[in-house]
Design a protein around this ligand. Structure first.
Ligand SMILES: Cc1cc2nc3c(=O)[nH]c(=O)nc-3n(C[C@H](O)[C@H](O)[C@H](O)COP(=O)(O)OP(=O)(O)OC[C@H]3O[C@@H](n4cnc5c(N)ncnc54)[C@H](O)[C@@H]3O)c2cc1C
Length: 345
């Protein structure tokens, strides 16, 4: 008998599996190996909402646990996973420059925002200069997923989980010959196909990146204008991401390709070559908070989902809360607890 069955294979599944294996739990993972939001994520670990110069909800707690989690993973498993980065926030007006100075001493922001207005590199169009933020990190999400598949290759079963085949026994579950005590669904936006949890107000929100090459662009830090510019090495950059709730496929519609190219032209004044577009679907929740917890009726049937635009940032701490809830029955904070949606069931 296994302790757990884990369904899904994005950052949610990886972070919980890491906790399960640290505690010597026996588990299997079911993965359909399809493109996940995690596989296209920019990988930015950033506690500040740079659009509005405000800290993200629960910013420092998420930030500290994320840095600890990814740096420890990098060190223990000996592979390069994270890099520390500055972020240059391009100001669009004098008012924005003033707003930056007005928030510098606020809690959380004072740990990250620097009190200088800097010239942008000459390849960037930044009439109103930039503000510099320190201590952001970049997680290589593609390497993280490769590592996930390699380190858990004995645990991973490669197929799509068919919810109608789950058999409920008295104090355990059965699925295709596997017996296990608890099941945790970490299916990202595909939770809409899960009959046990499709009542939750989670919806997909596609994001597209333009990947381009520009040998003339000499930017090594992150740049935030309307979109993020993320250097990924070998003169390649990621630029985006968009938001769209209407077309929920891993493909960038022409309209959004043109939008990204137009927006990039407004940001840089050097030549670039379009390499490709990448798209993924974020799992967003109506009230913009993740959803963790046990099914309202079925005991030992759990979910962790709704990471929205910051899954890599939040998953390390959320998986800790989730583990303590699943294994020790610890209460979840009201903001993330699935119980807030029990009326929807
Ligand atoms: C363009 C873009 C940029 C982003 N940038 C950032 C960023 O810079 N920083 C940040 O913190 N976050 C970022 N995010 C958000 C982050 O990627 C997501 O919040 C996070 O990856 C969601 O993780 P997840 O594990 O819940 O779902 P996913 O990553 O989608 O993983 C779920 C996986 O489980 C599989 N699966 C689902 N159902 C089943 C089933 N029944 N059987 C078998 N397998 C199944 C799916 O196919 C998928 O592979 C970005 C997202 C997008 C789209």
């Amino acid at each position: 008998m296994l302790d757990h069955l884990v369904v899904g294979s994005g950052i949610g599944a990886f972070s919980i599996c890491r906790r399960l294996s640290k505690h010597q739990k026996e588990f299997k993972i079911i993965s359909d190996h399809e493109k996940s939001a995690t596989s296209v994520a920019g990988g930015i670990i950033n506690p500040v909402v740079l659009k509005r110069f405000k800290p993200f909800w629960n910013a420092l707690e998420f930030y500290n646990e994320a840095i600890d989690f990814y740096e420890r993973l990098q060190q223990e498993d000996d592979f390069e996973l994270v890099n520390e980065k500055n972020v240059f926030r391009i100001f669009s007006s004098i008012k924005e420059q003033n707003d930056w100075f007005n928030v510098l001493e606020r809690p959380v922001l004072r740990n990250f925002l620097l009190p200088d207005v800097e010239e942008a590199p000459p390849e960037l169009k930044a009439d109103f200069k930039t503000g510099k933020m320190k201590n952001a990190f970049l997680v290589h999400a593609d390497l993280l997923l490769d590592h996930f598949y390699q380190s858990y290759h004995n645990e991973i079963e490669s197929f799509s989980f068919d919810h109608s085949k789950l058999i409920f026994r008295n104090d355990y579950f059965e699925y295709e010959g596997l017996k296990f005590r608890k099941i945790i669904f970490l299916e990202g936006h595909k939770v809409i196909n899960n009959p046990f949890f499709s009542y939750l107000p989670i919806y997909g929100n596609r994001g597209d990146y333009l990947i381009f090459r520009s040998p003339e662009l000499k930017v090594d830090d992150l740049v935030k204008g309307k979109e993020f510019l993320i250097p990924i090495g070998n003169n390649l950059y990621k630029f985006g991401a968009t938001f769209d709730r209407n077309y929920l496929k891993n493909k960038t519609p022409l309209k959004f390709q043109e939008l990204l190219i137009g927006s990039l032209r407004k940001l840089i004044n050097v030549d670039f070559e379009v390499v490709r577009f990448e798209s993924g679907i974020r799992p967003n929740v109506k009230d913009r908070r993740p959803v963790l917890g046990e099914h309202p009726v079925h005991k030992n049937l759990f979910i962790m989902n709704g990471f929205g635009s910051r899954g890599l940032f939040m998953a390390p701490l959320l998986s800790k809360w989730m583990y303590d809830h699943v294994e020790h029955g610890h209460e979840l904070s009201r903001e993330v607890d699935i119980k807030r949606f029990h009326d929807f069931y």
